[in-house]
Write a protein that binds this ligand. Structure first.
Ligand code: HEM
Length: 403
């Protein structure tokens, strides 16, 4: 992204202002369409009434995510330092980011996670068998399947006690809300959450965590001096929030896609080796995170539009993942397309460090599903998650035909 015209320069094009609030209740219900509109309006779009600019085209979003010096993570469009969001890692640039990332990256490596695969498979099989036992009554692919699975395997892996796990959803909802504007949806997420905050701060402490767990590995890294004890505490909170609803939604969107594109589900059943490709395609097709928040550290010019230094920016994953300039037939869920460069897991230094874990969970749950279920169909309208930056269904009523 070149820098030539300067703000105020007559050469610079006027950055168009969006005529809707993309984070109000109505826009959240139609987030896909709103994000597509942002992308098509111009390469750079201004949020009404705020010093925030949004980038929605694949080329610019991926270049921006790679260029962390220009698009710094140290401030974001909405930034409340007193928020419940653990302020570490995703809120830092290298070199601070690099040191902490090495610790969490090691704990989430293929080698470290290999032993978890067997218990993931057991949990997935038990949940799918439980649904079979319910006969042909419709079920919710989120509450009864993908959330039931992730909300079991994740806290088990982290080493968090069983008691209080019912707060996981509210905790995730609060953390996601802190990434967006402090609007009505934000205040709804923050209502009556005293017990949730008390639970989350308790379970992230060392004395709550099981020996040998992923959570405890953060404190062991602190004992060895790689990070501080306070950073270990924050990392457990990050794992608890970043790993949960993203995975729940990606799996739920895959099932929604199996209903809408039955040919792709048939193909997957014939070729279960495509499970990871199907999971990655779900991420491209409908990404659970709408945008990454950054701040421009210098003036940036994109196709004649100038983002002045100090502007807070949103790099829009979901919009970019359906950019027709980059993807053929972007609205089609196609498990055979080359989706290796999708941005659903982010890109650059902050690209998702939990990807291997998410794929292992997909292997287990989608594996059990394709073995046991012949066909899916929608049994009602999916209900959207009413949050601003996170995106996806909160409920997907389905009917399944078991083998
Ligand atoms: C399908 C599931 C997942 C999706 C869609 C997802 C998405 C993302 C995205 C888009 C980013 C980049 C954010 C940015 O650049 O601002 C990210 C970063 C991150 N993710 Fe994930 N994630 C998923 C699963 C997980 C899991 C399972 C974990 C933990 C075990 C995890 C932990 C993290 C962490 C710690 C970061 C910050 C990395 C950094 O700043 O270096 N995620 N994720």
């Amino acid at each position: 992204m070149a820098v030539s015209p300067q703000p105020g320069d007559t050469m610079a094009k006027n950055v168009p202002e969006l005529d809707v609030d993309p984070f109000c209740r109505e826009s959240v219900r139609n987030a896909r369409a709103v994000d597509d509109r942002i992308r098509e309006l111009a390469p750079v779009v201004k949020l009404p009434g705020e010093n925030v600019m949004l980038l929605g085209r694949f080329e610019h979003v991926s270049a921006g995510l790679m260029d962390w010096k220009t698009f710094s993570s140290t401030s974001r469009p909405w930034h409340d330092p007193k928020s419940v969001r653990p302020e570490l890692l995703l809120t830092d640039d290298p070199p601070k980011h690099t040191r902490v990332r090495a610790v969490i990256g090691d704990a989430l490596s293929r080698k470290r996670l290999a032993s978890a695969a067997e218990s993931f498979r057991r949990d997935a099989d038990a949940i799918v068998s439980g649904l079979r036992a319910r006969g042909d009554e419709p079920f919710d692919a989120v509450a009864d399947l993908t959330q039931a699975f992730v909300y079991k395997v994740l806290p088990d892996l982290l080493g968090i006690p069983e008691e209080g796990r019912e707060h996981m959803y509210a905790f995730g909802n609060m953390v996601w809300a802190t990434m967006g504007p402090m609007n009505e949806l934000f205040h709804e997420a923050m209502k009556d959450t005293e017990a949730v905050v008390e639970w989350a701060s308790r379970v992230c402490r060392r004395e709550s965590l099981a020996p040998g767990s992923l959570g405890m590995a953060m404190y062991e890294a602190a004992d060895q001096g790689a990070i501080t004890q306070d950073e270990a505490y924050l990392l457990v909170g990050i794992l608890l929030s970043a790993a949960a609803d993203t995975t729940v939604i990606t799996l739920a969107n895959a099932i929604r896609a199996f209903c809408e594109f039955p040919d792709q589900y048939r193909l997957l059943r014939e070729n279960p080796s495509l499970i990871r490709a199907a999971f990655e395609e779900s991420l491209r097709w409908d990404s659970p995170s709408r945008m990454a928040g950054r701040i421009a550290t210098r003036d940036v010019e994109i196709d004649g539009y100038v983002i002045p230094a100090g502007t807070r920016c949103g790099l829009m994953f979901a919009a970019a993942n359906r950019d027709p300039r980059r993807w053929t037939d972007p609205d089609r869920f196609d498990i055979t397309r080359d989706n290796s460069r999708h941005l659903g897991f982010g890109y650059g230094v902050h690209a998702c460090v939990g990807r291997i874990l998410a794929l292992l969970e997909a292997d287990a749950l989608l594996g059990a599903i394709v073995r046991e279920i012949e066909h899916f169909e929608l049994a009602g309208e999916p209900r959207p998650w009413m949050t601003t930056i996170g995106h996806g269904p909160e409920s997907v009523p389905v009917r399944a035909r078991f083998k």
